[in-house]
Design a protein around this ligand. Structure first.
Ligand SMILES: Nc1ncnc2c1ncn2[C@@H]1O[C@H](COP(=O)(O)OP(=O)(O)O)[C@@H](O)[C@H]1O
Ligand SMILES: [Mg+2]
Length: 229
């Protein structure tokens, strides 16, 4: 599902954020990515949805797409297979909840009838069917994150990647988001989640990949957080 071999990312300012990542993630896995600030977690994630291009690598494949060879015009096809969720939600403030989620289907040319049905289905899944006409600014942080998750899964991606999705949320709301991610994972979607949340990682055990200084230093099934940050 996600295969990386010796992937390196050097930014134009000469910072080497990722120094040779080799990892295999199978369909249906739930994987945490942990590590100190600046260790390369976000870069690792950005390489997976082609927000950043690898500087070099022997292999970088995600959901059947070869990201070392992919053309810019084919990136939208990759993005159908890879949903993304951010710490700061990144919702469109002038669009309603419904429009924010529907937009992801409109841009890939889905039929209005299919859009309506599917948007209501995912808003129901995240428990926000009653908020369709509301604007993001009128929602709590947890509700905004649920809208952003609905948007990320509306095109039924094979992978959902999340960069510190609970980073702006209080503990109780963070658990709600985690339960939702587990439910999505149980339906077969692969989940890769960068996080600083020790309590979540140590309680809801999943495979854990620890990155330090651009390198994978641990990769354990059900691993513990083990960082002081
Ligand atoms: N766009 C960028 N340009 C230059 N350096 C960057 C850029 N993004 C990240 N970096 C640097 O790359 C390293 C890894 O950053 P990042 O992947 O954001 O780590 P993390 O998410 O673990 O905090 C850091 O040294 C950071 O300053
Ligand atoms: Mg980061």
């Amino acid at each position: 599902m996600i295969e990386m071999q010796d992937v390196v990312k050097k930014y134009p300012n000469k910072t080497t954020a990722v120094r040779g990542l080799t990892v295999n993630i199978d369909q249906g896995e739930f994987v945490y990515v942990v590590g100190p600030s600046g260790s390369g977690k976000s870069t690792f994630i950005k390489l997976m949805y082609r927000e950043e291009k690898a500087t070099s690598g022997k292999k970088l494949e995600v959901a059947g797409h070869d990201l070392l060879k992919i053309k810019n015009r084919d990136v939208p096809y990759l993005r159908r297979d890879v949903g993304v969720v951010f710490q700061d939600f990144k919702l469109l403030p002038r669009k309603t909840v419904y429009e924010n989620v529907a937009y992801a289907m409109q841009v890939i040319g889905r039929k209005p009838r299919d859009i309506k049905k599917r948007v209501m289905e995912v808003l129901d899944l995240v428990g926000l069917k009653h908020k369709v006409r509301v604007f993001p600014g009128e929602l709590s942080g947890g509700e905004q994150q649920r809208v952003s998750i609905a948007r990320a899964i509306v095109n039924t991606p094979k992978v959902l990647i999340a960069d510190e999705p609970t980073g702006n949320l209080d503990p109780e709301t963070s658990w709600e988001i985690m339960k939702l991610l587990e439910r999505i994972n149980a339906q077969g979607t692969t989940i890769v989640m960068a996080t600083h949340n020790k309590t979540i990682v140590d309680t809801m055990r999943h495979r854990l990949i620890a990155i330090e200084n651009g390198l994978i230093v641990r990769d354990e099934a059900g691993g513990e957080y083990e960082f002081d940050d």
